[in-house]
Design a protein around this ligand. Structure first.
Ligand code: PXL
Length: 285
């Protein structure tokens, strides 16, 4: 099993033998490849206790080219989940995944602004197949205006890096470095910009930038096709490591290695994409 020695060393907030506590605010992706399921499995593997405020339920539609069907959780139900979780625990880190609508973004931003968590990792999931482009644009604007300013760490993918940096093209590592710099300047957050399989070459490259240190994190690509859950898992792993007390760069390196192992040990399915397995890292040990 996972080495939880870091967690059991104790922190100021937690007695010895108790793991750090993290919250994910995310949607369910029913097949278990991405979303809240990926987040909670990642927390567990990395020795962190996970709680969840569910924002929406996504069920792919096998008869419609596996497009997304999205059922939003009512705002009062989201608010009640956040109320219960924040009343119960002193949170060591919060991860935000798919919020899915401007209303959910507003509710989440309002609660988090009052909470001021030490670590707030934002996976800026902007669009989801199946959403109206108009709705996606609203979501994009609301996320930038309301949640980005609260984030301490953001993990944009290729598409999200274009949107958040305002750049027209990201096709080289140098472009990705420029995007990471711009997103840091706009948000003040530590940035881990993901190139994934979108940049050509043998390696999956991500760029870390915290305003002082720029580091290119690189792992050999495992195929040229994106794997479901990689983005969710990366951000959840960063949140878990920060919750355990890691510095941001160390958290990013650990998360990248965890994701790469999960991709090497991915699960195949009858959907057109494989799913990352969060048990991959432990299985390779
Ligand atoms: O991988 C992005 C993502 C996040 N959250 C949910 C999703 C997806 C992609 O399908 O369904 C709930």
């Amino acid at each position: 099993m996972t080495d939880t020695s870091t967690a059991s060393a104790g922190t100021a907030a937690h007695p010895v033998d108790q793991p750090p506590v993290a919250l994910t605010i995310a949607g369910s992706e029913a097949t278990g490849g991405a979303g809240a399921q990926a987040d909670l499995k990642t927390f567990q593997e990395l020795g962190v206790f996970g709680s969840l405020a569910l924002t929406c339920i996504v069920s792919f539609d096998p008869s419609e080219d596996w497009g997304h069907r999205l059922f939003p959780v009512p705002q009062d139900v989201l608010r009640e989940q956040l109320e219960a979780i924040t009343a119960a625990y002193e949170l060591d880190a919060v991860k935000i995944g798919m919020l899915g609508s401007p209303e959910t973004i507003a509710t989440t931003a309002e609660v988090l602004a009052g909470l001021g968590p030490r670590h707030l990792v934002l996976d800026p999931v902007l669009i989801c197949k199946g959403q109206e482009p108009g709705a996606a644009l609203d979501t994009d604007e609301a996320l930038k205006a309301k949640v980005m300013p609260l984030a301490s760490f953001v993990t944009p993918n290729h598409f999200e890096s274009l949107s958040l940096s305002g750049m027209d093209e990201i096709s080289t590592v140098e472009h990705l470095e420029e995007a990471a710099r711009r997103i840091h300047e706009r948000s003040g957050a530590v940035v881990l910009a993901k190139g994934g399989v979108r940049l050509s070459g043998p390696d999956a490259v991500d760029v870390f930038y915290d305003g002082a240190t720029l580091e290119v994190l690189s792992e050999p690509k495992v195929g040229e096709v994106p794997v479901a859950g990689a983005g969710c898992t990366l951000a959840a792993a960063v949140a878990a490591e920060l919750a355990k007390g890691a510095e941001p760069l160390e958290a990013a390196r650990t998360a990248k290695a965890f994701v790469s192992a999960g991709i090497r040990r991915r699960i195949s399915s009858r959907a057109p994409f494989d799913s990352l397995w969060q048990g991959g890292s432990a299985a390779e040990r």
